[in-house]
Design a binder for this molecule. Structure first.
Ligand code: FAD
Ligand code: FES
Length: 311
Protein backbone atom coordinates (compact mmCIF):
# COMPACT_ATOMS: atom_id res chain seq x y z
CA UNK A 1 0.00 0.00 0.00
CA UNK A 2 1.34 3.46 -0.86
CA UNK A 3 2.49 5.65 2.02
CA UNK A 4 1.35 9.24 2.44
CA UNK A 5 3.59 11.68 4.33
CA UNK A 6 2.85 15.21 5.54
CA UNK A 7 5.60 16.77 7.66
CA UNK A 8 6.60 14.13 10.20
CA UNK A 9 3.30 12.21 9.91
CA UNK A 10 3.09 9.16 7.66
CA UNK A 11 0.43 6.53 7.07
CA UNK A 12 -0.62 3.92 4.51
CA UNK A 13 -3.58 4.37 2.18
CA UNK A 14 -5.38 2.06 -0.23
CA UNK A 15 -4.02 2.38 -3.79
CA UNK A 16 -6.29 4.65 -5.87
CA UNK A 17 -7.54 6.62 -2.85
CA UNK A 18 -8.67 10.16 -3.57
CA UNK A 19 -5.84 12.36 -2.28
CA UNK A 20 -8.13 14.98 -0.67
CA UNK A 21 -10.06 12.30 1.25
CA UNK A 22 -6.89 10.42 2.19
CA UNK A 23 -5.46 13.60 3.72
CA UNK A 24 -8.59 14.80 5.49
CA UNK A 25 -9.60 11.39 6.86
CA UNK A 26 -6.24 11.26 8.56
CA UNK A 27 -6.39 14.53 10.42
CA UNK A 28 -5.09 17.01 7.85
CA UNK A 29 -7.44 19.95 7.29
CA UNK A 30 -7.06 20.51 3.57
CA UNK A 31 -9.80 22.96 2.56
CA UNK A 32 -12.02 22.21 -0.38
CA UNK A 33 -15.11 23.61 -1.97
CA UNK A 34 -16.26 22.49 -5.42
CA UNK A 35 -14.51 19.06 -5.59
CA UNK A 36 -14.70 19.60 -9.34
CA UNK A 37 -11.29 21.09 -10.16
CA UNK A 38 -12.56 24.64 -10.58
CA UNK A 39 -12.07 26.52 -7.30
CA UNK A 40 -8.47 25.53 -6.34
CA UNK A 41 -9.24 25.54 -2.62
CA UNK A 42 -7.62 22.10 -2.33
CA UNK A 43 -4.13 22.88 -3.66
CA UNK A 44 -1.35 20.72 -2.26
CA UNK A 45 2.32 20.52 -3.23
CA UNK A 46 3.86 17.13 -3.92
CA UNK A 47 7.44 17.11 -2.63
CA UNK A 48 8.22 13.45 -3.42
CA UNK A 49 6.29 11.09 -5.68
CA UNK A 50 3.34 12.05 -7.88
CA UNK A 51 -0.36 11.14 -7.80
CA UNK A 52 -2.44 10.24 -10.83
CA UNK A 53 -4.16 13.49 -11.87
CA UNK A 54 -7.47 13.54 -13.76
CA UNK A 55 -7.31 17.31 -14.48
CA UNK A 56 -3.71 18.09 -15.47
CA UNK A 57 -5.02 21.04 -17.54
CA UNK A 58 -6.38 22.80 -14.44
CA UNK A 59 -3.01 24.18 -13.35
CA UNK A 60 -0.28 26.01 -15.26
CA UNK A 61 2.82 24.06 -16.37
CA UNK A 62 4.89 26.14 -13.87
CA UNK A 63 2.61 25.21 -10.97
CA UNK A 64 2.69 21.56 -11.99
CA UNK A 65 6.46 21.66 -12.28
CA UNK A 66 6.63 22.98 -8.72
CA UNK A 67 4.57 19.95 -7.67
CA UNK A 68 1.25 21.75 -7.04
CA UNK A 69 -1.81 19.55 -7.59
CA UNK A 70 -5.55 19.80 -6.93
CA UNK A 71 -6.03 17.14 -4.26
CA UNK A 72 -9.69 16.59 -5.17
CA UNK A 73 -8.67 15.52 -8.68
CA UNK A 74 -5.83 13.17 -7.69
CA UNK A 75 -5.48 9.51 -6.74
CA UNK A 76 -2.66 8.10 -4.67
CA UNK A 77 -0.78 5.52 -6.76
CA UNK A 78 2.67 5.58 -5.15
CA UNK A 79 4.42 6.86 -2.03
CA UNK A 80 3.77 10.55 -1.73
CA UNK A 81 5.19 13.34 0.40
CA UNK A 82 2.89 16.35 0.43
CA UNK A 83 3.02 19.94 1.65
CA UNK A 84 -0.47 21.33 2.24
CA UNK A 85 -1.20 24.95 1.27
CA UNK A 86 -0.37 27.09 4.27
CA UNK A 87 -2.22 30.41 4.02
CA UNK A 88 0.36 32.13 6.23
CA UNK A 89 3.30 30.92 4.17
CA UNK A 90 1.81 30.44 0.68
CA UNK A 91 -1.08 32.93 0.68
CA UNK A 92 -0.88 36.60 -0.30
CA UNK A 93 -1.71 38.93 2.62
CA UNK A 94 -4.48 41.50 2.16
CA UNK A 95 -6.22 43.97 4.45
CA UNK A 96 -9.94 44.63 4.69
CA UNK A 97 -10.46 48.22 3.49
CA UNK A 98 -14.28 48.24 3.49
CA UNK A 99 -17.12 45.95 4.44
CA UNK A 100 -20.70 47.00 3.62
CA UNK A 101 -24.12 45.43 3.20
CA UNK A 102 -25.46 46.05 -0.32
CA UNK A 103 -28.75 44.36 0.62
CA UNK A 104 -30.03 42.32 3.56
CA UNK A 105 -28.04 39.33 2.28
CA UNK A 106 -25.17 40.58 0.14
CA UNK A 107 -21.96 41.66 1.82
CA UNK A 108 -19.48 43.71 -0.19
CA UNK A 109 -15.92 43.07 0.88
CA UNK A 110 -13.05 45.25 -0.31
CA UNK A 111 -9.48 44.15 0.21
CA UNK A 112 -6.16 45.80 -0.47
CA UNK A 113 -3.43 43.23 -1.10
CA UNK A 114 0.03 43.91 0.32
CA UNK A 115 1.50 43.40 -3.15
CA UNK A 116 -0.50 44.42 -6.25
CA UNK A 117 -2.36 41.55 -7.89
CA UNK A 118 -2.59 41.32 -11.67
CA UNK A 119 -5.98 39.98 -12.64
CA UNK A 120 -8.77 40.38 -15.20
CA UNK A 121 -12.44 41.14 -14.56
CA UNK A 122 -14.34 37.89 -14.04
CA UNK A 123 -11.54 35.86 -12.41
CA UNK A 124 -11.90 34.27 -9.00
CA UNK A 125 -9.64 33.29 -6.15
CA UNK A 126 -9.75 31.51 -2.83
CA UNK A 127 -10.22 33.73 0.22
CA UNK A 128 -8.85 32.49 3.53
CA UNK A 129 -10.38 33.68 6.80
CA UNK A 130 -8.21 31.88 9.34
CA UNK A 131 -8.31 28.27 8.20
CA UNK A 132 -11.60 28.51 6.31
CA UNK A 133 -11.05 28.81 2.56
CA UNK A 134 -13.73 29.42 -0.07
CA UNK A 135 -13.68 30.56 -3.70
CA UNK A 136 -15.07 34.03 -4.50
CA UNK A 137 -15.20 35.99 -7.74
CA UNK A 138 -13.69 39.42 -8.25
CA UNK A 139 -16.26 42.15 -8.82
CA UNK A 140 -13.68 44.92 -9.22
CA UNK A 141 -11.97 46.25 -12.33
CA UNK A 142 -8.16 46.22 -12.20
CA UNK A 143 -7.74 49.30 -14.40
CA UNK A 144 -9.94 51.46 -12.14
CA UNK A 145 -10.11 50.07 -8.61
CA UNK A 146 -7.28 50.13 -6.10
CA UNK A 147 -9.04 47.44 -4.05
CA UNK A 148 -10.25 43.91 -4.79
CA UNK A 149 -14.02 43.69 -4.44
CA UNK A 150 -16.12 40.61 -3.66
CA UNK A 151 -19.90 40.20 -3.31
CA UNK A 152 -20.67 37.52 -0.74
CA UNK A 153 -24.05 35.84 -0.50
CA UNK A 154 -24.65 35.57 3.26
CA UNK A 155 -28.29 34.49 3.08
CA UNK A 156 -27.52 31.08 4.55
CA UNK A 157 -25.18 30.38 7.43
CA UNK A 158 -21.82 29.02 6.35
CA UNK A 159 -18.31 28.83 7.77
CA UNK A 160 -16.94 31.60 5.55
CA UNK A 161 -20.04 33.81 5.44
CA UNK A 162 -20.25 33.69 9.23
CA UNK A 163 -16.60 34.75 9.49
CA UNK A 164 -17.16 37.46 6.86
CA UNK A 165 -20.02 39.02 8.86
CA UNK A 166 -17.56 39.65 11.68
CA UNK A 167 -14.84 41.23 9.52
CA UNK A 168 -13.82 44.80 10.26
CA UNK A 169 -11.71 47.38 8.47
CA UNK A 170 -8.03 46.62 9.09
CA UNK A 171 -8.56 42.86 9.54
CA UNK A 172 -6.24 40.58 7.65
CA UNK A 173 -7.24 37.96 5.08
CA UNK A 174 -5.10 35.71 2.91
CA UNK A 175 -5.61 35.30 -0.80
CA UNK A 176 -5.06 31.94 -2.47
CA UNK A 177 -4.55 31.05 -6.07
CA UNK A 178 -5.92 33.46 -8.69
CA UNK A 179 -7.94 31.53 -11.22
CA UNK A 180 -9.55 32.37 -14.54
CA UNK A 181 -12.88 30.72 -15.14
CA UNK A 182 -14.87 31.10 -18.33
CA UNK A 183 -15.84 34.71 -17.71
CA UNK A 184 -13.92 37.49 -19.42
CA UNK A 185 -14.41 40.31 -21.89
CA UNK A 186 -13.00 39.85 -25.36
CA UNK A 187 -12.33 42.83 -27.63
CA UNK A 188 -13.43 40.68 -30.58
CA UNK A 189 -17.00 40.93 -29.21
CA UNK A 190 -16.90 44.73 -29.58
CA UNK A 191 -19.72 45.04 -32.13
CA UNK A 192 -21.77 42.01 -31.07
CA UNK A 193 -24.77 41.92 -28.71
CA UNK A 194 -23.53 41.05 -25.22
CA UNK A 195 -25.87 39.41 -22.72
CA UNK A 196 -24.83 39.27 -19.08
CA UNK A 197 -27.16 36.94 -17.16
CA UNK A 198 -26.61 36.74 -13.41
CA UNK A 199 -28.29 35.00 -10.53
CA UNK A 200 -27.70 36.38 -7.01
CA UNK A 201 -24.08 37.33 -6.37
CA UNK A 202 -23.24 35.95 -9.81
CA UNK A 203 -23.76 39.61 -10.65
CA UNK A 204 -20.40 40.47 -9.02
CA UNK A 205 -18.02 39.21 -11.73
CA UNK A 206 -20.45 40.25 -14.49
CA UNK A 207 -20.52 43.78 -13.05
CA UNK A 208 -16.73 43.89 -13.42
CA UNK A 209 -17.04 42.64 -16.99
CA UNK A 210 -19.79 45.16 -17.76
CA UNK A 211 -17.57 48.00 -16.55
CA UNK A 212 -14.75 46.67 -18.71
CA UNK A 213 -17.03 46.44 -21.77
CA UNK A 214 -18.15 50.06 -21.23
CA UNK A 215 -14.59 51.19 -20.69
CA UNK A 216 -13.67 49.53 -23.99
CA UNK A 217 -16.60 51.40 -25.55
CA UNK A 218 -18.45 48.22 -26.51
CA UNK A 219 -20.61 49.08 -29.54
CA UNK A 220 -23.08 46.18 -29.62
CA UNK A 221 -26.24 46.18 -27.50
CA UNK A 222 -25.60 45.09 -23.89
CA UNK A 223 -28.39 43.39 -21.98
CA UNK A 224 -27.92 42.78 -18.25
CA UNK A 225 -30.36 40.44 -16.51
CA UNK A 226 -30.26 40.01 -12.73
CA UNK A 227 -32.27 37.22 -11.16
CA UNK A 228 -32.65 37.67 -7.39
CA UNK A 229 -34.72 36.00 -4.67
CA UNK A 230 -36.93 39.08 -4.38
CA UNK A 231 -37.01 42.69 -5.50
CA UNK A 232 -35.01 43.85 -2.44
CA UNK A 233 -32.10 41.65 -3.48
CA UNK A 234 -31.38 43.47 -6.75
CA UNK A 235 -28.44 44.84 -4.89
CA UNK A 236 -26.85 46.77 -7.76
CA UNK A 237 -30.08 48.16 -9.19
CA UNK A 238 -29.15 51.81 -8.61
CA UNK A 239 -25.66 51.80 -10.18
CA UNK A 240 -26.92 49.63 -13.06
CA UNK A 241 -29.85 51.97 -13.75
CA UNK A 242 -27.51 54.97 -13.60
CA UNK A 243 -25.18 53.33 -16.12
CA UNK A 244 -28.11 52.44 -18.39
CA UNK A 245 -29.35 56.04 -18.26
CA UNK A 246 -26.07 57.28 -19.67
CA UNK A 247 -25.48 54.54 -22.29
CA UNK A 248 -28.02 54.10 -25.04
CA UNK A 249 -26.80 50.57 -25.87
CA UNK A 250 -27.21 49.29 -22.27
CA UNK A 251 -30.42 47.77 -21.01
CA UNK A 252 -30.91 46.27 -17.53
CA UNK A 253 -33.66 43.93 -16.36
CA UNK A 254 -34.48 42.67 -12.89
CA UNK A 255 -36.10 39.27 -12.57
CA UNK A 256 -37.46 37.30 -9.62
CA UNK A 257 -38.18 33.55 -9.46
CA UNK A 258 -41.96 34.10 -9.62
CA UNK A 259 -41.74 35.53 -13.13
CA UNK A 260 -38.79 33.42 -14.30
CA UNK A 261 -40.71 30.79 -16.32
CA UNK A 262 -42.53 33.50 -18.31
CA UNK A 263 -39.57 35.83 -18.81
CA UNK A 264 -37.32 32.95 -19.83
CA UNK A 265 -39.91 31.62 -22.27
CA UNK A 266 -40.16 35.09 -23.84
CA UNK A 267 -36.41 35.40 -24.31
CA UNK A 268 -35.65 35.83 -28.02
CA UNK A 269 -32.32 36.28 -29.74
CA UNK A 270 -32.04 39.39 -31.86
CA UNK A 271 -28.84 38.11 -33.42
CA UNK A 272 -27.15 34.73 -33.62
CA UNK A 273 -23.91 36.67 -33.08
CA UNK A 274 -24.93 37.30 -29.45
CA UNK A 275 -22.31 36.50 -26.85
CA UNK A 276 -23.74 35.45 -23.49
CA UNK A 277 -21.98 35.28 -20.12
CA UNK A 278 -23.80 33.50 -17.29
CA UNK A 279 -22.95 33.34 -13.61
CA UNK A 280 -24.47 32.26 -10.30
CA UNK A 281 -26.02 29.24 -8.64
CA UNK A 282 -25.93 26.02 -10.72
CA UNK A 283 -29.71 25.63 -11.18
CA UNK A 284 -30.15 29.24 -12.41
CA UNK A 285 -27.18 29.07 -14.76
CA UNK A 286 -28.55 25.78 -16.11
CA UNK A 287 -31.97 27.37 -16.71
CA UNK A 288 -30.38 30.36 -18.52
CA UNK A 289 -28.14 28.11 -20.64
CA UNK A 290 -30.98 25.78 -21.61
CA UNK A 291 -33.20 28.66 -22.72
CA UNK A 292 -30.40 30.31 -24.71
CA UNK A 293 -29.73 27.03 -26.50
CA UNK A 294 -33.43 26.55 -27.29
CA UNK A 295 -33.55 30.14 -28.55
CA UNK A 296 -30.85 29.22 -31.07
CA UNK A 297 -27.63 30.45 -29.44
CA UNK A 298 -24.70 28.18 -30.38
CA UNK A 299 -23.33 26.56 -27.23
CA UNK A 300 -19.85 28.03 -27.72
CA UNK A 301 -21.33 31.56 -27.49
CA UNK A 302 -22.56 31.02 -23.99
CA UNK A 303 -19.84 31.02 -21.32
CA UNK A 304 -20.65 30.23 -17.71
CA UNK A 305 -19.10 30.27 -14.26
CA UNK A 306 -21.10 28.30 -11.75
CA UNK A 307 -21.01 29.12 -8.04
CA UNK A 308 -20.87 25.54 -6.87
CA UNK A 309 -21.57 25.30 -3.16
CA UNK A 310 -19.19 23.26 -1.07
CA UNK A 311 -19.44 19.68 -2.34
C1 FAD B 1 -15.44 29.50 -8.77
C2 FAD B 1 -16.42 29.93 -7.71
C3 FAD B 1 -16.64 31.28 -7.49
C4 FAD B 1 -17.56 31.68 -6.51
N1 FAD B 1 -17.79 33.01 -6.33
C5 FAD B 1 -18.71 33.41 -5.41
C6 FAD B 1 -19.01 34.81 -5.23
O1 FAD B 1 -18.41 35.70 -5.84
N2 FAD B 1 -19.96 35.14 -4.33
C7 FAD B 1 -20.64 34.20 -3.60
O2 FAD B 1 -21.51 34.58 -2.79
N3 FAD B 1 -20.37 32.87 -3.74
C8 FAD B 1 -19.42 32.46 -4.63
N4 FAD B 1 -19.15 31.13 -4.78
C9 FAD B 1 -19.87 30.15 -3.93
C10 FAD B 1 -19.19 30.03 -2.54
O3 FAD B 1 -17.82 29.75 -2.67
C11 FAD B 1 -19.87 28.88 -1.80
O4 FAD B 1 -21.23 29.12 -1.67
C12 FAD B 1 -19.24 28.63 -0.43
O5 FAD B 1 -19.54 27.31 -0.07
C13 FAD B 1 -19.72 29.59 0.65
O6 FAD B 1 -18.99 29.29 1.80
P1 FAD B 1 -19.59 29.29 3.28
O7 FAD B 1 -18.46 28.89 4.15
O8 FAD B 1 -20.25 30.58 3.56
O9 FAD B 1 -20.68 28.18 3.25
P2 FAD B 1 -20.36 26.62 3.48
O10 FAD B 1 -20.02 26.37 4.91
O11 FAD B 1 -19.37 26.20 2.47
O12 FAD B 1 -21.76 25.99 3.16
C14 FAD B 1 -22.25 26.00 1.81
C15 FAD B 1 -23.76 26.05 1.84
O13 FAD B 1 -24.26 24.87 2.44
C16 FAD B 1 -25.07 25.20 3.56
N5 FAD B 1 -24.72 24.26 4.64
C17 FAD B 1 -23.56 24.20 5.32
N6 FAD B 1 -23.60 23.21 6.22
C18 FAD B 1 -24.83 22.64 6.10
C19 FAD B 1 -25.49 21.56 6.73
N7 FAD B 1 -24.91 20.84 7.69
N8 FAD B 1 -26.75 21.26 6.32
C20 FAD B 1 -27.36 21.97 5.34
N9 FAD B 1 -26.77 23.00 4.72
C21 FAD B 1 -25.54 23.31 5.08
C22 FAD B 1 -24.71 26.60 3.98
O14 FAD B 1 -25.82 27.26 4.54
C23 FAD B 1 -24.28 27.23 2.67
O15 FAD B 1 -25.38 27.77 2.01
C24 FAD B 1 -18.25 30.70 -5.74
C25 FAD B 1 -18.02 29.34 -5.96
C26 FAD B 1 -17.10 28.96 -6.93
C27 FAD B 1 -16.86 27.49 -7.15
S1 FES C 1 -10.67 22.38 -7.09
FE1 FES C 1 -10.58 20.90 -5.54
S2 FES C 1 -12.15 21.47 -4.21
FE2 FES C 1 -12.37 22.89 -5.84
Amino acid sequence: MPELRVGERRWSVAPGSNLLDALNRNGESVPYSCRAGSCHACLVQCLKGLPSDSRPDALSPEQRQQGWRLACQCEVVEDLQVHTFDPLQDGRPAEVSAVDWLSANVLRLRLVPQRPLRYSAGQHLVLWAGHVARPYSLASLPQEDRFLEFHLDCRQPGAFSDAARRLQIGDSIRLGELRGGALHYDLDWHARPLWLMAAGTGLGPLFGILREALQQDHQGAIRVIHLAHDANEHYLAKPLQAMAASRSNLNVEFWTPAELPTTLAQLRLVSRQTQALLCGAPESVDAFARRLYLAGLPRNQSLADVFLPRG
